[in-house]
Design a protein around this ligand. Structure first.
Ligand code: C5P
Length: 215
């Protein structure tokens, strides 16, 4: 079984993906971590200044030559610096092409070894797993998502401000939905789940209901 989960930042798609993975005993790949790891490696390797507008494609290409799924460490990669930069490099054709190959390899491997997998990201249902058995699109109003992010980060960083998180999410939504290459879109065959009034258990229940009903 192949399950595709797409959605906006901080919508709860990662939590759903994780919970479904435990419930259905299927491996999960958080594809955002691939983009974040690439952003992390680029920032580390170049004399990166966050306000600079140009990206050195030759540095990115050389990182991609040896790029793989190892060391996708959420604790290091969760910083907004990497999320925002991931969104910038995610617009580049050659980046998406290479990361697509890595994702497809993962899917083929997991189908052989485990009988399926769950991928979450922005273009899973449209580009990576167009023939997925189930496609979910997870969303919530931006104010709700910003408050969730704020709660998540405030315990470790007391200087963060809700208004800056809101601005960041707004920018990321626009960038992810408007890019030419594999934008985030709600496809006709996706099941939309609005998580505004649902806790993670209720979201999981909803998704499992659709899966069991249509199996
Ligand atoms: O999901 P997450 O916030 O970790 O993703 C970081 C960024 O990586 C997204 O804002 C998006 O620009 C990019 N991304 C993407 N396609 C994916 C997953 C993530 O373009 N499948």
């Amino acid at each position: 079984m192949r399950i595709a989960i797409d959605g906006t930042a901080a919508s709860g798609k990662g939590t759903l993906s994780d919970n479904l993975s435990k419930e259905l005993k299927l491996p999960r790949l958080d594809t955002g971590l691939l983009y974040r790891k690439l952003a992390f490696m680029y920032i580390k390797s170049s004399k990166f200044i966050s306000t600079q507008n140009t990206i050195d494609n030759s540095i990115l290409k050389s990182i991609l030559n040896d790029f793989d799924l190892n060391n996708l460490e959420p604790d290091t990669l969760k910083l907004d610096l990497y999320g925002n930069f991931a969104s910038r490099i995610g617009k580049l054709d050659f980046v998406r092409k290479k990361l697509k190959i890595i994702q497809i390899e993962f899917v083929e491997n997991m189908i052989k070894k485990k009988g399926g997998c769950i991928l979450d990201g922005r273009d899973i249902g449209t580009e990576i797993l167009p023939n997925a058995d189930f496609k979910f699109y997870i969303d919530a109003p931006i104010e709700i998502r910003a408050k969730r992010r704020f709660k998540q980060f405030y315990s470790t960083n007391k200087s963060i401000e809700l208004k800056n998180i809101l601005l960041d999410l707004e920018k990321r939504d626009i960038s992810d939905k408007s890019r030419k290459n594999s934008p985030l879109t709600l496809s006709e065959d996706s099941i939309l789940i609005n998580t505004e009034f649902l806790n993670s258990h209720q979201v999981l229940k909803k998704a499992l209901y659709y899966i069991k009903k249509n199996k």
